[in-house]
Structures are given as C-alpha cells and as structure tokens.
Ligand binder design. Structure first.
Ligand SMILES: *Cc1c(COP(=O)(O)O)cnc(C)c1O
Length: 366
C-alpha cells in the first residue's frame, strides 16, 4: 500500500451490533443472508465475512470473482452470486459458489454444464422479476422452468427470490405489497409442481424494517449491516462501521491574495493556514466536496475543504484550529457525516461508502 496513513477503519463491534439489531426483528426461524458485494459496501468483504460468519446463514456477492476471493480466504458459508454470467459458470462450480439463474440463457447453460459434469443436486437460486425490471425471470416463465427442473436431478433449487424496487419509500407501499403478493403467487405455483419447497426471500434492509410480515424463509441484509437504515430512526439505532482517517502532511501559511490548489480556486482574503491531507478524488473523495462544500474534522473541529479536490490530496482551512503536521484528520466517522457528504454529492450513502477506492488501506478495529 503506497499510503499507510490514510485508513478506512472497520468497526467489528459495530458490524455485530447492527447484525443483532436486524436479527432481533426476525422471526425465530428466519435465516439471514449478509450482502458483502462491492468489497463489503466499500469496507473489506473478507473481514466482514470473518466477523459475521458464525452468525449468518448465507453470503451474497454480485459477481463470481467476489465469491472466489471469499472462498480463497477460507470462508465456508454458502455464497449466492447475484449476477453471474455464462462465462463464470465453471469457476462458480469450482469454488462451490451458488449461481442466481435469472434468465433462460444462463439457466440452460448451467443445466447443460450440470448434466455434462455431471453434478448432483447442485444448489442454484432462481430470481423472479416482480417490478424492479432489472434481473429475473417473468412469472410467465414458470411453466418452462418447471419442465426443465423436473427433468434434472443435477441441480437443486436452493431458493427462489425477488427484489423490491422501493422498500424504503412509504409512498410506494401499494406497489411494494403488489410485488410481495406477485412473488408469493409465483412461489405457490412452483411449490405445487416442483415436488420440494426451496427457501424463499425478497426483503433487503428496508424491507426488513418496513415489511416484516414478508420475511418468508430468509432476508438479505446489506446497507443495514454497515450502519444505515434508510430512515433516521433506524440509522440512529445502528452503529457506524466505516471511519475514514488520515493525517496532516503539511501546513502552509497563505497570505491575502494568494491562492490554494488547482485553478487557483481558493483565494485567501486574510492570512490563512492551509493543511494538506493525503487523500483525493482517486480515493473516493468527490470533487463536489471542494470549495467549502465538504469538511473534515481535526482535533474535534470542522475544517472546510478549500479549493478543488486533487487526485491525491485535499487542502483544508485550519486557520482557527490548533493543529500541527502529523495530526489526525477524520474524513468521516459517523453516519451523519457520511449522509452529509452523500447529500452534498447528490447521492446516497450506498455510493459514498462504496466509492472509497482500494488505494485506501483497510484496518479492522475489534
Ligand atoms: C444489494 C442487494 C441487496 C441488499 O440491499 P440493501 O438495501 O443494501 O439491504 C439485497 N438483494 C439484492 C438482490 C441486492 O442486489
């Protein structure tokens, strides 16, 4: 790592606290899948998996390469690959990952592979589209899926699932309940004809909070594990998991009329102490936070980012802060600060935390 002073600290106790918060909302026999895609929402998927592996039933990743990393790190928990491609199917089997089969192209390809190998009762998952219109079979595909499934004992449907489009939005309650009802109807048809009953699941974090009677057999916890409930009252009960920290590399005294940074975007009106921090837009600090839109915390005081955010550095105004070169800088260590950054960048915390680039060293605090 080229930069050992800029660190994303992952709070293991906070992760476990958040997991338990959601577990308490589950019925006794509801299983829990934890989503660790995108490096565990920008943290470290392997570390997150190690922290929670004894407390959860499943992991999910978006791509097979993410699942392979978990397996190579010794994670034994079942892993659902949410968005595999036909090209990944050999690796999926090699690493005993469990593919989501979402259309006939990949479903047929996997059946063929399973027949040729041959595999026995290999666990697969089938996703239905109930309104997100992103990934999944249509309800009209059920008869053809059943016909193929009944012919094969090479694969076993471990679960049937769907994904809600607006589980966090109270204005979309009617639509969401419609999705849940349509999903239940699809499942009923499959249960009637398949001869066994795969697990079923549809709830993400906000689904767990808002539609607790649709827990079915399992829920899929993502952002909630990482401290965000998509609702102020829920987030307030969760603990912050991602803390981004660095240090002051250098302090400059800038005289009136002098400028700081590219394009001379900050102009000093009075003598200004500017501190340079080794983190920039290549690390996930958006350029939108420049020119006093964003701030960092130094010795418990806010220091606005002045001038433009550079690729590898930002400069902050420390004129009113008692600090010196080498002092700690907090880019964020609380959900409210992350939400503020997301707001300034016209996005959501999901994007803010997953944007922290791999150049930033990860460190688990336990
Ligand atoms: C990312 C993802 C989740 C997790 O959603 P959160 O809102 O982060 O809880 C669940 N299911 C699917 C299919 C996903 O892609």
């Amino acid at each position: 790592m080229n930069n050992h002073v800029t660190i994303l600290e992952i709070d293991a106790n906070a992760v476990l606290h958040n997991l338990n918060y959601f577990k308490q909302k589950l019925q006794a026999n509801t299983k829990i899948l934890v989503v660790v895609k995108a490096f565990g929402y920008g943290s470290d998927a392997v570390e997150i998996a190690k922290i929670v592996q004894n407390e959860v039933d499943y992991f999910a990743v978006a791509y097979s390469s993410e699942g392979i990393i978990l397996r190579e790190s010794g994670i034994k928990t079942p892993i659902l690959v949410l968005h595999p491609q036909v090209e990944n199917l050999n690796d999926i089997v090699k690493y005993r990952l469990e593919p989501n089969l979402y259309n006939f192209k990949i479903f047929d390809a996997f059946l063929q592979l399973a027949d040729e190998a041959p595999l026995m009762n290999y666990p697969i998952h089938i996703k239905f589209n109930t309104g997100l219109n992103r990934l999944g079979f249509w309800h009209t595909d059920v008869p053809a899926i059943l016909t193929s499934l009944k012919k094969s004992n090479n694969i076993k449907v471990e679960s049937i699932f769907s994904h809600l489009a607006a589980s966090e939005d109270p204005n979309e309650q009617e639509f969401t309940i419609g999705q849940i009802n349509n999903f239940a109807y699809i499942v009923k048809q499959i249960y009637e004809h398949l001869g066994y009953e795969p697990m079923i699941h549809i709830l993400n974090t906000s689904g767990i909070v808002n539609y607790s009677n649709a827990q079915f057999d399992m829920v899929r916890l993502g952002i909630g594990l990482y401290g965000f409930g998509n609702h102020p009252e829920v987030t307030a009960q969760l603990k912050n998991t991602h803390s981004l920290k660095s240090i002051i590399s250098q302090i400059h005294l800038v005289q009136p009329g002098e400028t700081v940074g590219y394009n001379r975007a900050f102009v000093a009106n009075s003598p200004t102490r500017s501190a340079t921090i080794p983190i920039g837009h290549a690390d996930g600090i958006s350029r939108r936070l420049g020119n006093k839109e964003g701030f960092v915390i130094i010795n418990n005081q806010p220091a606005p980012i002045i001038g433009n955010v550079c690729m590898d550095m930002i400069m902050v105004d420390v004129s009113k802060i008692d600090c010196k070169e080498g002092d700690e800088v907090i880019l964020f260590n609380h959900q409210q600060h992350i939400e503020y950054i997301a707001h300034k960048c016209e996005t959501i915390p999901y994007e803010t935390i997953t944007a922290i680039s791999q150049r930033v060293k990860r460190l688990v605090k336990s």
